[in-house]
Design a protein around this ligand. Structure first.
Ligand code: SF4
Length: 721
């Protein structure tokens, strides 16, 4: 038996695993006792990885060779790799020549390794000359990115998992960590056991398993997070609980924020949020440590804040509270965004979003564009803003984007407004789907399918929520003809270079990589002098000393566990910037025709579109099938019976599923798991319109700053099916 160190490919906790293998077969997996994220623990998903990797059903659904679909709607036919690479390069180059670089879109994934991300970002922005490079991390993290940048000056979560043990108050908002980040939650439970007076405040629209553990639970109305936080700051100001010394020494813009929260009396904020005024006041006092001088407050937050048409405001409003109370830059304190995907952080680091460039540089900054152009050796990085995830598919539906290259993600299930997404995929002249699995909804729209290797088969690096970089190594060879994502990108890029030589700027190639490590070394150099500087890190060091946190600049032996301890922020004047936002309600409020507020959420034992977890029967033991949860009063008022089939309809589409009474949701709210697509929730409605899974209902409205769509709220009506 061989043992190989890797990480779990599911959530952003980034647990270390040891893969056991025998030849080409993964035979077991266990938690890595030496990995600082989990110290040997794994949740249900992580501990069954070997079963999903080796299950016959998994191998039956693997894409094992390149396939071409000669006509839409027909079966794809196998083809040789060389012909597939030539076809991809010719069609992409031809689209650029005929319609311009911005007629191509590249859509990536937080599941990709950092090296994969780096190659595709350079391929789009460097070689093709388009910033239409975005990722499903847009659906997950972009509001956290924009919130950190707006207030703290850089996209850098300032905390570490060890802060869980030091916190006196933990403020968990928009996160069901008990299900979505289980091992982090276990650490939090350990902290509470060791420190019984640690107080947990949980804010959520649903009474989740996390909320059940709270000392104080605020069940707010959907989308009212900014009103809540403004109300809390109002209380802190009224009661003298802000930290005037910290505000004066390390921040700017507080006066405008003070004016903005003046009208948010606790009474008004509690009314808008639908909670008790005394609970809001209690939350403000505990957050500000009114009774514990020197106490530390840690916030943990995730999609409840991020997946919102006001996502950046929600993030920034919470960070305002930390700055106003000096709860940042010390043990147990700070705003700690929990990343959804295993390598959303790595994607951000290499600039794999339409508005970013390598090493946390900004596309909108001419100096940053010039730095990256010099690094890559190209004449320029175009200034035209790239299209974010939803915008990219809208542009394809409108005919402006002609070719899509989709890597390691399933937008025909996961993006909102599936009817629009399907129009986009149908209208595109050429769709490349680069995937490990052949059965995703998106694969059915591919003109060219390229087989990619996946967990346990790849070499590279990932970064978890606490800025910790881990190396992953292959335990088994990739099956069939599948190849690493970065390698596929390089193979096709080199062929494109021959067709578009003008972008080479006199170089023989922009992609001179022999292996994943050589890609990483170029990425490392791009971070020199940046907030995430890792010039002191190397793969041999990661192998020898284990995972490391950034920054870790040259000359230092280890990374930083905590940022901003000196009170200096990466802004022009070194001060953090308060953000004085105005509260905005959800994009699509409930009304008489669509009287329920639909929210979507994660289940404990499933992951995203279930390409992997859905292959293992035991992972359905927790929850077997999707239901729509309604409050018992709504069930009674509508005359529904538990288990009855109902039609849930939004302005964009409908699905049919069973209804279930639940007190986890408030009256007028509905909750459906995010995982099931049209394979279970499909069919056609009475008018012959297709039903396209849960995201056939969700709204494509997005935050104007982060461009993250409001997957957490849509207005729906619910009627007997
Ligand atoms: Fe994997 Fe997340 Fe579970 Fe850890 S907590 S084992 S990273 S799914």
């Amino acid at each position: 038996m061989t043992e190989t160190r890797s990480t779990c490919p599911y959530c952003g906790v980034g647990c270390g695993v040891i893969i056991e293998s025998d030849g080409s077969q993964i035979t077991g997996v266990r938690g890595d006792p030496d990995h600082p994220a989990n110290f040997g623990r794994l949740c249900t998903k992580g501990s069954t990885l070997h079963l999903t990797a080796s299950a016959p059903v998994t191998m039956a659904t693997r894409l094992l060779q390149p396939m071409q679909r000669l006509a839409r709607g027909t079966a794809a036919q196998p083809m040789a790799w060389d012909a597939a690479v030539a076809l991809a390069a010719a069609r992409i180059a031809d689209t650029v020549r005929t319609h311009g670089p911005d007629s191509v879109g590249i859509y990536l994934s937080g599941q990709m390794l950092t090296e994969d991300y780096y190659v595709f970002n350079k391929l789009g922005k460097g070689l093709l000359g388009t910033n239409n490079v975005d990722t499903n991390s847009r659906l997950c993290m972009s509001s956290a990115v924009a919130g950190y940048k707006r207030t703290l000056g850089a996209d850098a979560p300032p905390c570490s998992y060890e802060d869980l043990a030091h916190a006196d108050t933990v403020f968990i908002t928009g996160s069901n960590a008990a299900w979505a980040h289980p091992i982090l939650f276990r650490r939090l439970e350990d902290a509470k056991r060791a420190k019984p007076d640690q107080r947990w405040i949980v804010v959520d629209v649903r009474r989740t398993e996390t909320a059940d553990c709270a000392d104080l639970f605020l069940q707010i109305q959907p989308g009212t997070d900014v009103a809540l936080v403004h109300g809390m700051l109002h209380v802190m100001l009224w009661e003298g609980l802000t930290d005037a010394r910290y505000i004066a020494a390390h921040t700017s813009g507080f006066e405008a924020l003070r004016d903005a929260v003046r009208a948010w009396t606790p009474k008004e904020a509690a009314r808008v949020c639908g909670i008790r005024e005394e609970d809001l006041i209690q939350a403000a006092r505990w957050f500000a440590q009114n009774d514990r001088a020197g106490g530390a407050t840690l916030s943990l937050y995730c999609q409840g804040l991020n997946q919102s048409s006001a996502g950046t405001d929600k993030n920034a409003a919470l960070i305002n509270l930390h700055l106003a109370t000096g709860q940042i830059g010390k043990a147990g304190a700070g705003p700690f965004s929990l990343t959804g995907q295993p390598n959303a952080m790595g994607g951000r680091e290499v600039g794999g979003l339409a508005n970013l460039l390598s090493a946390h540089r900004d596309l909108a900054n001419p100096a940053h564009r010039a730095e990256v152009a010099a690094l890559w050796g190209v004449a320029d990085v175009p200034a035209t803003p790239g299209k974010s995830a939803v915008e990219m598919f809208q542009a394809a539906a409108d005919g402006a984007i002609k070719a899509l290259w989709i890597v390691c993600t399933n937008p025909a299930q996961s993006l909102p407004d599936q009817a629009m997404v399907r129009r986009a995929l149908e209208r595109c002249e050429f769709v490349i789907v680069q995937e490990a699995f052949s059965t995703t909804a998106t694969a059915a729209y591919a003109d060219l399918l390229l087989p990619a290797s996946t967990w346990g088969e790849k070499t590279g690096s990932v970064t978890n929520s606490e800025r910790r970089i881990s190396l992953v190594r292959p335990a088994v060879p990739a099956p069939g003809e599948s190849r690493a994502d970065w390698q596929i990108g390089v193979d096709i890029a080199r062929r494109i270079e021959a067709l578009l030589p003008e972008r080479l700027n006199g170089q023989s190639t922009l992609f001179p990589y022999a292996d994943a490590e050589s890609v990483w070394l170029e990425h490392r150099e791009s971070t020199r002098g940046r907030d995430l500087d890792i010039t002191g890190l190397s793969w041999p060091m990661l192998d020898a000393a284990g995972p490391q946190q950034w920054p870790l600049p040259e000359g230092q032996a280890q990374g930083k566990a905590r940022l901003y301890e000196d009170g200096i922020f990466p802004t022009a004047d070194g001060r953090a910037q308060f953000s004085a936002m105005t509260y905005r309600a959800v994009a699509e409020p409930r009304d008489a025709r669509y009287p329920f507020a639909l929210t979507t959420g994660r289940l404990r034992d499933q992951w995203h579109g279930m390409s992997r977890t859905g292959t293992l029967g035991r992972l359905f033991g927790h929850i077997a099938e999707p239901v729509v949860e309604l409050h018992p009063t709504d069930i009674a008022r509508r005359g529904f019976k538990d288990g009855e089939l109902v039609e849930v309809r939004s302005r964009r589409g409908s699905i049919v599923l069973a209804v279930q009474a639940s007190t986890t949701v408030a009256p007028t709210q509905a909750s459906i798991p995010m995982h099931w697509g049209e394979e279970v929730l499909g069919g056609v409605d009475a008018q012959g319109e297709p039903r396209l899974g849960i995201n056939g209902l969700t709204i494509p409205a997005f935050c104007p700053s982060s461009k993250q769509p409001e997957l957490k709220h849509s207005a729906v009506r619910i009627e007997p099916a």
